[in-house]
Design a binder for this molecule. Structure first.
Ligand SMILES: [Zn+2]
Length: 292
């Protein structure tokens, strides 16, 4: 029975990642959206499985504010090992995602391995940093063997082109074309992709325990928000929105109350006390990493 409950929980997690309401819920017309009667304030009442969205105390996203941040010297640097793998660009109705084949690599948090499953984008950003909402947010979703999740998020402001999305431009256009033909869950094969640049070294990040930002809003998701805000062009933001229906083009859930949670900060430069060791490699043993 316990196993069955767990399977149900995992399947809802999986559906949340796919960003598609359960099929029975869809036929009952209770799929979620980002505005009006299916908007974020109503999520908790749309389906009995979504109640956490309304009553949960560890919800995401949040506004990461200076006064709530605790510098934690014991926090380890972000250990990510990603590998070249096959990927597929998918229209998940509520966002554009890249789904990875097995063996995409891991992030290791507190000695626990979480495997990279997929990544997707939100426009504008879901997390706010010091009160600022950015143009976009990338969520790299990792899942451990026990079904638990760790998401690594990057915030983007409008500026120079983001190199990875530049590479994906043709495929995003194709995804939009597929979608406009009426294919609800369009997808475009990407083939082998190199995630080296995604794995770039992180000197600063924020860590807290939150939830999935889409129904069922399940909790105890380990969030890592990278401290360095990156940039993408306005055209790239539009490109990410282009395959989505109007009601999902702005797919950011509003910030949720912190409810006394701690947001911890890792900062390599504070650790190094600005000793000029900025380029020193972290003492992390990497297993067969992709060569730079
Ligand atoms: Zn997300």
């Amino acid at each position: 029975m316990k196993n069955k409950t767990m399977m149900i929980t995992i399947s809802y997690f999986a559906m949340a990642l796919l960003c598609i309401a359960p099929s029975d819920a869809q036929t009952q017309g209770v799929g979620f959206g980002y505005r009006g009667k299916n908007g974020p304030n109503q999520w908790g009442h749309l389906n009995p499985h979504f109640t956490k969205c309304a009553v949960g105390k560890l919800q995401s996203p949040i506004d990461i504010q200076k006064r709530q941040i605790f510098y934690n010297r014991k926090l380890e640097s972000l250990h990510r090992d990603y590998f070249i793998t096959n990927a597929t660009l998918v229209d998940h109705v509520c966002n554009v995602a890249m789904v990875f084949a097995e063996g995409a690599g891991d992030v290791i948090i507190e000695n626990k391995n979480y495997t990279l499953v997929q990544m997707h984008w939100h426009t504008p950003s879901e997390h706010h940093l010091h009160g600022v909402q950015y143009a976009a947010e990338l969520h790299m979703v990792h899942q451990a063997k026990d079904g638990s999740f760790a998401v690594v998020a990057s915030l983007f402001k409008i500026g120079a082109e983001e190199p990875f999305l530049s590479q994906m431009k043709g495929r995003l256009v194709k995804l939009k074309e597929e979608r406009s033909k009426g294919n609800q869950t369009a997808q475009v094969e990407v083939g082998k992709i190199d995630t080296r640049h995604i794995e770039r070294k992180t000197r600063k990040f924020y860590r807290y325990v939150g939830s999935l930002t889409t129904p069922p809003c399940s909790e105890n998701v380990i969030w890592t928000i990278l401290g360095k805000v990156r940039s993408m062009s306005k055209e790239q933001v539009e490109l990410l929105k282009s395959p989505l229906d109007t009601s999902f083009k702005n797919n950011a859930r509003p910030c949720q109350p912190l409810n006394g949670r701690r947001v911890e900060m890792f900062h390599e430069l504070v650790d190094a006390k600005e000793t000029g060791n900025k380029k020193k490699k972290p003492a992390i043993r990497r297993r067969n990493p992709i060569k730079n």
